[in-house]
Design a protein. Structure first.
Length: 255
């Protein structure tokens, strides 16, 4: 099944009835809120991602179970944990998000293609501290509505962009946290140059996070030296690593 960004809204719409049932069953959140802004306090900060597969990398089973993987991320010094909840292409789920949230004291990001308030509420009840909102798939009014919904639950909205021309589209939000994806979600191609230009164009007030295609210390150094950004979301390379704790420690040790 080939990934098509323009089909995601329809897929998510079909999941809403099931999600409403889950919201009724969960009833209340069982975990305190954690702030990623307060956790990004090192020179190099890593948000480590749990995902079972992706359209670009295929199956990412990892070398251990999810619990051991998360423990490795924490031992390595991850500032936060990202959990893919999209099931069709990334092998994730909201029950997986809940499991991770109940077993870790780091800020947790719900990473999905979010179009509906039910997704935000489910993320909150599962224990997430952040929700990803992707500029490429949301018009301004819907982005503003979902951004406000995330904040109403006390969570932190993380706004994703790829190109610097998207900055104007999110300016009405005055976002505090912006993730710059080095990957174009429509072509799935990685372009560090585009991503770095976008990072450099962000207002100084924004806490910027770089994501996708980050595999080595050289990648970290290139982005850090070229943009000043020291915050990175890393998934596939960590999932493939035999020792994610050691990998995170090595990536954080870049000068």
């Amino acid at each position: 099944m080939k990934f098509r960004l323009d089909e995601m809204r329809g897929i998510k719409s079909g999941e809403i009835p099931e999600m409403r049932l889950m919201i009724k069953e969960l009833k209340e959140r069982k975990r305190p809120l954690h702030s990623i802004k307060e956790s990004l306090n090192d020179r190099i900060n890593i948000i480590a991602e749990l995902k079972h597969s992706s359209p670009s990398a295929g199956v990412l089973a990892g070398n251990s179970g999810d619990r051991d993987t998360i423990q490795g991320y924490i031992e390595g010094g991850a500032s936060g944990i990202s959990v893919l909840t999209e099931k069709n292409y990334f092998g994730g789920s909201y029950p997986l998000l809940q499991e991770v949230c109940l077993s870790c004291d780091r800020p947790v990001l719900c990473k999905d293609f979010v179009y509906f308030e039910e997704q935000v509420e489910a993320a909150y009840l599962c224990g997430a501290d952040m929700v990803l909102l992707i500029s490429r798939v949301l018009d301004v009014k819907l982005m503003e509505k979902l951004y406000a919904t995330v904040k109403s639950f006390g969570m932190e909205p993380l706004v994703e962009i790829h190109e610097k021309n998207e900055i104007d589209a999110i300016s009405s939000l005055n976002p505090e946290l912006v993730l710059v994806n080095m990957r174009n979600l429509e072509t799935l191609e990685i372009n560090f140059q585009t991503g770095m230009e976008t990072l450099n164009a962000l207002p100084a007030s924004v806490v910027a996070i770089s994501a996708s295609g980050i595999n080595t210390q050289d990648d970290i150094a290139r982005i850090k030296n070229g943009t000043g950004t020291g915050n990175f979301l890393i998934g596939s390379s960590l999932m493939k690593s035999k020792d994610p704790a050691a990998m995170i420690k090595g990536l954080k040790n870049v000068y």
